[in-house]
Design a protein around this ligand. Structure first.
Ligand code: GLU
Length: 278
């Protein structure tokens, strides 16, 4: 591939950035021309003060990015268009989590099958047409119909030089009919991220290994929407002393907390194991 990759960091402003975010953002910035995107589709959980904290903490870390920054909350029209294009492959679903659990747990009890989009949807509403959709419904992709319509047997992507593949059967059994539009939201993370990575011309997606399995969904969506599949780099996760992955509620690991204690950007880089590359 010619030229320098275009990378991005795409945090959701639902809390303060922690050491894991610092590692992710620094990894993206080192790997290519760095863009920032604010993933704020969940209006109930996103806060303006956290968005501002993202800008402040990243700038403090020494990162820079082109303005204006893409905000997903400004992009609802693009998500609506993409959903419209996929309409023949989608259906409205009124099942709540309890309905899905009940349908999945019969006849035997045990661990319910789940994948990167949550419980594997048993298909209860699959017969419904989009003409019947109500605002209380979510919109799901009929994965079987999608693979059929496009004659796809398997999908694949490259992560750090290694090719990964998934068959139609594996997708069906391990992921299922994913949600493309959440109740009252007009999109889902999966739809928005695919539309926006393409709109921003991202050629290398760097993000944590926790999102590796979501990438199958994204690659399928790219096929259906005729968008390019970028190269992926799913990086290691930063863990706390007990080995647990950091979460936004771990305020003690927030970049802001270390700043307040007098840490420098070089200290943060050292803490996440990036000290040797400046
Ligand atoms: N917005 C997602 C997050 O905060 C990251 C999405 C991505 O990198 O694809 O975890």
């Amino acid at each position: 591939m010619a030229g320098r990759p275009v990378t991005r960091f795409a945090p959701s402003p639902t809390g303060l950035l922690h050491l894991g975010h610092a590692f992710s953002a620094l990894t993206a910035a080192r790997a290519g021309d760095f863009l920032l995107r604010i993933e704020d589709i969940d209006r109930d959980r996103c806060k303006a003060e956290y968005e501002q904290a993202i800008y402040d903490d990243l700038a403090w870390l020494g990162l820079d990015w082109p303005r204006p920054v893409m905000l997903q909350s400004d992009r609802m029209g693009a998500y609506r268009d993409a959903l419209g294009r996929l309409a023949p492959l989608t259906y409205p679903c009124c099942c709540r989590r309890g309905d899905i659990r009940a349908a999945l747990s019969a006849p035997q009890e045990g661990v319910l099958p789940a994948g990167p989009d949550g419980l594997i949807y048993p298909g209860t509403c699959r017969h419904r047409s989009m003409a019947e959709a109500s605002p209380d419904d979510v919109i799901r992709l009929d994965v079987g119909r999608a693979f059929d319509a496009f004659g796809i047997d398997q999908i694949g992507f490259v992560d750090q030089g290694t090719a990964h593949q998934m068959t139609r059967r594996q997708f069906h059994d391990g992921i299922g009919d994913v949600i493309l539009s959440r109740r009252g939201m007009g999109t889902s993370y999966h739809l928005a991220v695919v539309v926006d990575d393409a709109a921003q011309g991202i050629t290398l997606v760097t993000r944590g290994k926790d999102l590796f399995d979501s990438t199958w969904i994204h690659v399928l969506m790219q096929r259906l929407l005729d968008l390019p599949t970028p190269i992926y780099l799913h990086h290691r996760l930063i863990r706390d002393d007990a080995g647990k992955r950091l979460a936004k509620r771990d305020d003690a690991r927030a970049i802001r907390h270390y700043r307040d204690e007098g840490a420098t950007p070089a200290d943060i880089r050292a803490m996440v194991g990036l000290q040797d590359i400046g």
